[in-house]
Ligand binder design. Structure first.
Ligand code: AHR
Length: 333
């Protein structure tokens, strides 16, 4: 009997221990150490993470001022860090600015090249540093494998449109002069080419000189033409509105009246619109400088290793005097 009592006691104690053991809260496991939240190595960059270098070629025209403003405003809106410089129309300054950006390790370089040739070395340096380059506005002659893409105008097409307008303005033919843009620039080369491809056979180009896309240099070029070809000039193809402003100053000083020389200009700036309203310019071929949004969008894609279009051409039109007064107030540049 005594043995059974001891046995019952032991079994009871075992049951109690089992029940208590099961109901007990499990001992708290030591807190697992979580790594600090950090972006995975392949995380997508956002605009705020992006540094874009824009070695602007200069401030030679109202077009250029609007182009710089577009890049700066877009960068500010999106939170992009923009490394901006002004090369004062000197290729060596643009190359130095690019080298500084490569040294700094920017994400993307967007280059508006002042001239077409002479970029191979610095583009190779950017490529070796794994920094993609977008050629903006004008073109380069370098091997396309050295840069990622081009965003800008079709300068040859602009020249063709200018030629078509000159043909309409001088249906009986005539003699004209050309005020060209910066020598060796994609804009000047392309416009001159397209213009000649379209110009009617009965229109003779008497002379062609550069006014370097500025009002200050355009004026003396037209002064010289007016002296050299006095009474002979029927028309002028002027590669941008700022040179047209200078040319018109020279024409006024020489006693000419609006329409005495038919002018086809390029850009479609407010200055060009005013010249159309005043009767001096008969057609203005648009060249759109507002490239900031497209450049930043492509820069982000490139920084994230995404594929981009190799060639993005801006859609552009031709403006005429009969629309100028109505459109001028809403022109953005
Ligand atoms: O490359 C674009 C040209 O450069 C514009 O037509 C001119 O105004 C500017 O200076």
């Amino acid at each position: 009997m005594k043995f059974l009592k001891v046995l019952y006691l032991l079994v009871g104690l075992a049951i109690i221990f089992a029940i208590v053991g099961c109901g007990a809260a499990p001992a708290a496991a030591p807190a697992e150490e979580k790594p600090a939240a950090e972006a995975p190595a392949n995380a997508k960059k956002e605009y705020k993470d992006l540094t874009v270098c824009y070695p602007q070629l200069g401030a030679e025209s109202d077009w250029r001022t609007a182009n710089s403003a577009s890049l700066k405003e877009t960068a500010k809106e999106l939170g992009v860090n923009l490394v901006f410089s002004d090369a004062q129309q000197k290729q060596e300054n643009q190359i130095s600015a690019m080298r500084a950006c490569i040294q700094q390790g920017v994400d993307v370089i967007a280059l508006p090249p002042v001239v077409e040739d002479g970029w191979d070395a610095v583009l190779t340096e950017a490529k070796d540093a794994n920094i993609p380059v977008i050629i903006v506005d004008r073109s380069v002659s370098a091997d396309p494998s050295l840069y990622a893409a081009h965003i800008g105008s079709d300068m040859v097409l602009e020249g063709k449109k200018a030629g078509e307008e000159m043909n309409k303005l001088l249906p009986e033919g005539g003699k004209i002069v050309e005020l060209s843009g910066t020598t060796g620039s994609g804009a000047a080369v392309g416009r001159a080419k397209g213009f000649r491809e379209t110009l009617a056979k009965n229109i003779e180009i008497l002379d062609s000189q550069t006014g370097n896309f500025t009002t200050a240099e355009g004026k003396p070029v037209m002064e010289a033409f007016l002296k050299k070809y006095a009474g002979e000039i029927d028309g002028a193809f002027i590669h941008n509105d700022n040179m047209a402003i200078g040319a018109v100053e020279a024409m006024k000083a020489a006693g000419l009246k609006p329409g005495d020389i038919k002018i086809v200009s390029v850009d479609g700036t407010r200055g060009g619109f005013q010249l159309m309203i005043d009767g001096w310019v008969q057609a203005d071929v648009e060249c759109n400088p507002l490239l900031g949004p497209q450049v930043m969008e492509m820069a982000l894609a490139l920084a994230n290793g995404e594929p981009v279009e190799r060639e993005t051409l801006t859609k552009e039109t031709v403006y005429f005097p009969d629309q100028a007064a109505e459109l001028l107030p809403s022109r953005q540049y």
